[in-house]
Structure formats: structure tokens, C-alpha cells
Design a protein around this ligand. Sequence first.
Ligand SMILES: *Cc1c(COP(=O)(O)O)cnc(C)c1O
Length: 401
Amino acid sequence: MAYTTSKALYSETIAKIKEEGLYKDERIICSPQSAQIRVRFPADAPEKEIINLCANNYLGLSSHPEVMKAAHEGLDKRGYGMSSVRFICGTQDIHRQLEEKMSKFLGMEDSCLFSSCFDANGALFEALLGAEDGVFSDRLDHASIIDGVRLCKAQRFVFEHSDMKDLEEKLKSSNCRTRLIITDGVFSMDGDMAKLDEICALAEKYDALVAVDDSHATGFIGKTGRGVHEHHNVMNKVDIVTTTFGKALGGATGGCISGRKEIIELMKQRARPYLFSNALMPAVVYASLRVLDILSESTERRDRLEKLSQTWRKGLTEAGFDLKPGNTPIIPVMLYDAKLAQAFSRDLYEEGVFAVGFFYPVVAKGQARIRTQISAGLNQEQLDRALAAFIKVGKRHGVVK
Ligand SMILES: *Cc1c(COP(=O)(O)O)cnc(C)c1O
């Protein structure tokens, strides 16, 4: 019985994870995703109505009636599934429509859909870069970027987080055919924005391509929500944007690479997750098309999100919490210790606030935190209640006075 040995090994590992306070218990949500949800925690506890401060539902579109209606329409008109990858018989007119609409929204020449942004990042580097090339990646880039880079044969240069001197040093001393700089637009764990304007300037100086993963930005960062390239006014300088439909844009599933025409054309010939994984389901495509229409009609949601994020940050700062600096809806409350983060989150739950603790391996050891995320679906009254809960729990744990 081979499994006897492995079983002991796995059980030991799990016990160790628990001992270090790093075990993740999932809370069970019994309602649609929203600013206020019904949750069971522990899993057999009764349902509880609670304010949600940890969804990527930035624009409050996850359960928006028009988005749901569009998804139903997609289901009715184009069926449930494609049962094919795109290049065999998985491309409907609506897939091309969504690609065109995304290109237009992001200011890019063309786009290519994936099952997820994890897949998009898994596809990008291997399809574009060979052993003669170099990829320059920020130390805090998302796990899917790290994995994507691992899949390609290019030389790897990891520059310190948003450290332009270090990036320049590495660009200067490298000897590669193609140089590609890849960064998160908004860093998911810290909530700060990449210095994309400076990155683009360096790219110009050292003849490098610029790719940005705007998963935590598309739809709401920048004046009209195009992303970090809009915020930094470098829309025409970025060569590649990867992003997700699984966050602000309705939050279901799906990813996308947008960029220069030849790059997208090459993706459709070479990218393994594109060639070997199923096409997006029509309901998701329909709903995503509707989301882009909603965002093009008005900036009301992103404006509201910006305002709520600012008041939330201000409230926490005035209460004395230690926050990561930034100006996005991701506002991490630093606690450093994993067990404290777990206890803090549990107490917040008792006080009616859903905000989970983040700790190793999701962030570095000794960098545990409660990551709060604001949604345009929240209102000020809910944020006031949430702040009161943070202060109460913060005092209990001696985090604030
Ligand atoms: C969430 C996220 C992804 C993964 O997106 P999915 O579509 O959920 O796979 C990729 N990159 C970044 C920066 C993310 O935050």
C-alpha cells in the first residue's frame, strides 16, 4: 500500500500547517455574492447576515440584475457549453465580439480570451519568449505570473518591488534578444499601484516590451476605469495587458490578453492554454459584454468606489491602524502575526464583518494582515458599522488604543 506512507506524510504536513496558525478554513456563503451576505462559520453554524469586505466585487456587478439577465440570455440563445477549444469549433460570434470590445475598452489592437487570467499568464511568456530572451518581473508579481515565467525558457530577472533603479540595473546589464517587463498593475496583497509611467520610460530607453496584469484594476482604476495604464497616462505605451473577468467585471470566470496585433495573433497559434483548454461558456461571454456596456455608459460606479475607498482608508488611519500605503480599493490592515490575523478575523466575524486574514504562503512570513477590499455595492452606513467593529476588535487585541 503505497498510500500508507504518503498518507502519514500528508497528515503530518497538514498538522504542521495547523500548528503554525496557517490553516485556512472556508466560510460557507448561502447567498449571492454581494456587499452584504449570509454566511455559515463554522460550516455547521447557523446562517448569519454580515458585511463583506473581502470580495473582488469592486464594482458591485457580481449579482447585478442586468448582468444576470445577460447571462440568462446567453444561455438561452447560445447554449450551455462549447465542448471545444476555440480553434476547433469553440469560437462563436460572441467570443469575437467580446475580444473586440475588450480591445476597445483597454485601448489595445486585439484580444484573446482564456478560461482565467491564471491561464492567460500561463500562456503569455512561453508563447512569446525563447532562451535568447529575458523577462523582468517585480518581486511581488502574482503567483500566476511567477508560474507563467517558470514555463518559459527565457532568462529571469526579478527586480525588487517597484524599485526602478534595480529594474534599470537589470535591464542595462542583460544581454537578450527581446526584453519583456511584466508587473501587476495593482498589487493584490499590498494594494499599491505599479509605477507604470516610469516602467514605460525605462522600456523605451532599453528597448523592452511592457506587459501589465491589471486584474485588480480593469474596470475601475483610471478616470474611465481602463486600468493602471490610463491612470498613469501610458495607454499607448503598454504592449500587453492581461486581466480577468473574475473580479470587477462581473466576477464569474474568464481571462484575457490584449495587446499588439501580432502578439495576439501569435497567442492564438502558440499559447498552450488557448490551444488545449475549453472556450468560455456563452453565458459568461454575454454577461461580460453587458458589463463592458454598463462601464462605457457611466463612470458612476468607479467614482463611487474611489470615494468609498478614500473614506474607509481615512477612517482606519484615524483609528490608528497600520495600513499599507496606496490609493486603490485594496486596503490591507497590517497585523504581521498569522495567529493574530486569524483571531482578529474571527472576532470581526462575531461583530458582523467578513474580512479574512492573509498569511503565509499568500504573503511573506511575518507579514500577516487583514486585507480589506471596498466595493461600489457598499454604502456609508455599512462602512461606519464595519469601522466600529474594527476599532472594537482592534482594542481587544491591543492593536489600536
Ligand atoms: C486574481 C488574479 C489572477 C487570476 O485571475 P483568474 O481569472 O481568477 O484566474 C491573475 N493575476 C492577478 C494579478 C490576479 O489578482
